[in-house]
Design a protein around this ligand. Sequence first.
Ligand code: GAP
Length: 515
Amino acid sequence: MAQEDVFKKLVSHCKEYGFVFPSSEIYDGLAAVYDYGQMGVELKNNIKRYWWDSMTLLNDNIVGIDSAVFMHPTIWKASGHVDAFNDPLIDNRDSKKRYRADVLIEDAIAKIEEKIDKEVEKARKRFGENFDEKMYRETNPRVLEYTQKRDALHERFAAAMSEMNLEELRQIIIDQEIVCPISGTKNWTDVRQFNLMFSTDMGSTADGAMKVYLRPETAQGIFVNFLNVQKTGRMRIPFGIAQIGKAFRNEIVARQFIFRMREFEQMEMQFFVRPGEEMTWFNHWKEFRLRWHKALGLGDHKYRYHDHEKLAHYANAATDIEFEMPFGFKEVEGIHSRTDFDLSQHEKFSGKKIQYFDPELNKSYTPYVIETSIGVDRMFLSVLAAAYKEEVLENGETRVVLQLPAALAPIKVAVMPLVRKDGLPEKANEIINSLKFDYRCQYDEKDSIGKRYRRQDAIGTPFCITVDHQTLEDNTVTLRERDSMEQHRVSISELHALIGEKVSFRTLLQKIVNE
Ligand code: GAP
């Protein structure tokens, strides 16, 4: 099945089974804003717990905070967001639609890449087993022509972006003859800068309201609390502060479902280190974060690093962890070495000294920072995309199964009486009452057992327990495992341990440490 179709199916599966709903749906929705349903919120909470525990339990020098969404507006001046958190926008005069100029050009580059891939695929079919892809890419005249065109365009685009040369961005769009997907015309306006921060007014207008921003990242809440946490927690460098919270960006190109949203959630950790030691810690966090991803078992080949060649003015190293989404490898997490930029800026703008006295070195300095920043929603999408499977069974039937990492699954155990009588429902509820303190359980007595299994497969429940007449005699049940669909007769007294071994966060966290 084409990846595009897989993605469409995933989106409708999310809606059908209560994972993700479009926001304000009965009012026709609100673009790039989504609500998490009864299953989605559990999966999301489990992702957050996995991240939080990996930071604050596995690292005794990392503590958490929960700072406010609203912050003093000068914070965003100091951080550079007021002046530089912009996207270059262009309008089509005929359709009146607005686009990100950089995305239009990126799409044009992607189209050339598609042409190259098509040529390569055609040749692969023609030459069969003897096909040497590398040689073909290096020698075929048509592929070479496309490759040169792509590289030249990419170079011109990268230069225009690094200088934020808006005229040049427009000229590239004109020269490439890029048309508006709606009107089909090339009737473009100039390119303008558009700030991505949402703002609102705080306080009564009579007193003079203050313009405040909805935070576009959670990181600044950590920086401005650096001294509070360091002093009250008696933290010694190196140490980290972790935070999970909402962030808001007025994204113009909002597409690919929950990949790019206007309201989303971030899990960020700022790790404060001695100046000069930042590269050691950058490499440490780069490696730790990839282990965190891989421990989920979604497939090691689905991840790759993308090291940034062009760095933001405050960074001296940066890399993305990309995940293979149905629409290609995309950034899920960023790891940045942010130097002392943020703390120094807040010192400058607040007029308060923000330094750390290092007792070992017997001197004060502004700490350097390594940041790990991951979007909860993007992580959610990557987990679901990897977990979604359509399988043809031995009897020819198909099943849709979410092969979620067991610790992240919304429901851990479904308990099903074979029939709705003879005391089986009561026995099933007895089992739920013994498990529910540790595992989220669901009771299901409707339809055939086969249909009930399919329903649980579709929401990724790792275990189903069937209670039958034999259970009443010998206190055993059938335990059915989601992925293998194997069934075993086990004693009720064994259930707690058997389930725990598979679904506990402990198993997952141990993998990070032991890998
Ligand atoms: N404090 C650094 C920072 O915010 P970023 O690369 O802009 O860096 C970090 O964002 C992560 O937040 C991204 O890797 C992505 O997972 C997530 N993210 C950013 N913008 C997003 C959006 N509009 N919708 C969903 N997730 C987003």
